[in-house]
Design a protein. Structure first.
Length: 226
């Protein structure tokens, strides 16, 4: 796995240096050739934090989006809560992989670019789940990534963000590029209000601090009656 991570890091840094910070995802999935062991973040199970938050929120028929869906495990968990899920990734290979893994799934798996989504997605989702996509971009792109995620949230809707937490003095040598607590101000700048923040750790990774945070967008103003 160390060799795999080193190779993925090389691919990512080359893409970033070439001014194409989103291109490396497709390269990694395509090079994997259907072997999830060659995708370092592919656990083949949903994030424990996502599962815990879904359990706490209860079932819902709301419309949800899963950003950077990867191999689809988080998307399937969200759909299992009753939500109508659109899951998308910039990697066409990853999206095709999801469709094979979860044939017959109610999730709508879509090949789409976070920075240029279908117009009908903007402000359309009652819940947006963002797990580990922001940290996959260098800090120079952080404001743009956060703004792109935030604009999917409908009036009155929620955004759940699950990322690694960075508490070091020097900048992280990614990928990934974990977030500082102060980086979350980028979501507030996009009109979202922080509701809760909690730290968490994956079992077996006691030295990797992570966080989960929920945001809400204010409801649309009520129409005037006259």
């Amino acid at each position: 796995m160390d060799d795999v991570r080193a190779e993925v890091g090389r691919i990512a840094r080359e893409a970033v240096a070439g001014g194409r910070p989103a291109d490396w995802f497709e390269v990694v999935y395509a090079h994997a050739g259907g072997d999830p062991a060659l995708v370092p973040w592919a656990d083949l199970q949903p994030s424990p934090a996502v599962v815990r938050w879904l359990a706490a929120s209860g079932p819902s028929a709301a419309r949800a989006a899963v950003v950077g869906c990867g191999l689809g495990d988080d998307a399937e968990a969200v759909a299992g809560s009753g939500r109508d899920v659109t899951a998308f990734d910039v990697s066409a290979t990853a999206v095709a992989w999801c469709r094979r893994r979860f044939s017959g799934s109610p999730v709508d798996y879509v090949h789409a670019d976070l920075f240029d989504p279908p117009a009908e997605w903007v402000g359309a989702f009652d819940l947006v789940v963002e797990s580990q996509t922001v940290q996959a971009f260098p800090r120079a792109r952080r404001a743009a990534v956060c703004a792109a995620v935030a604009r999917l949230v409908a009036p009155g809707g929620a955004l759940w963000v699950f990322q690694r937490l960075w508490e070091g003095d020097a900048e992280p040598d990614g990928p990934p590029w974990p977030l500082r607590r102060s980086d979350l101000g980028e979501f507030a700048a996009s009109g979202l209000n922080e509701i809760r923040f909690e730290r968490w750790q994956r079992p077996g990774e006691p030295d990797v601090p992570r966080f989960a945070v929920e945001y809400r967008r204010a409801p649309a103003p009520a129409a005037a009656v006259g």
